[in-house]
Design a protein around this ligand. Structure first.
Ligand SMILES: [Zn+2]
Length: 121
């Protein structure tokens, strides 16, 4: 792999393609979960090749450990534990912890917290 930065337009195309791959993964998941995993694999390759991150929107929709596409309520569970969002992969049992701070804008925080308390009780 050649090192150095790729032109911005190339990176833009790579990001666009990653969005499309994940959108396809989501569409295919109910019937063909194995295809979804292929799409994730392709998106990860693009991410490496263009040295650019998987779009934030999708970065927690796949398992960082086994690469499975995660569909909440099917092969994945999301829990709010302490200050972290824990995403549990039902395929390999890996748990990804994402700091809650990044998750929601601060102004929505109070509201969300009180809701959370109510459901816990
Ligand atoms: Zn996994």
């Amino acid at each position: 792999m050649s090192r150095g930065r790729k032109p911005k337009w190339m990176i833009d195309i790579a990001i666009e393609r990653m969005h499309i791959l994940f959108e396809n993964a989501e569409k295919q998941f109910p019937k063909h979960p194995e295809r979804s995993n292929r799409y994730v694999e392709m998106a990860k390759k693009l991410s490496t090749k263009y040295n650019t991150k998987i779009p934030e929107k999708w970065s927690r929709r796949y398992c960082k450990n086994c690469g499975s596409f995660l569909c909440y309520g099917h092969n994945s569970t999301v829990r709010l534990i302490n200050e972290n969002v824990n995403i549990f992969c039902g395929e390999c049992g890996h748990v990804m912890k994402i700091p809650y701070q990044r998750e929601k804008k601060n102004k929505r925080r109070a509201n969300y917290d009180s809701k959370q308390k109510r459901t816990d009780e």
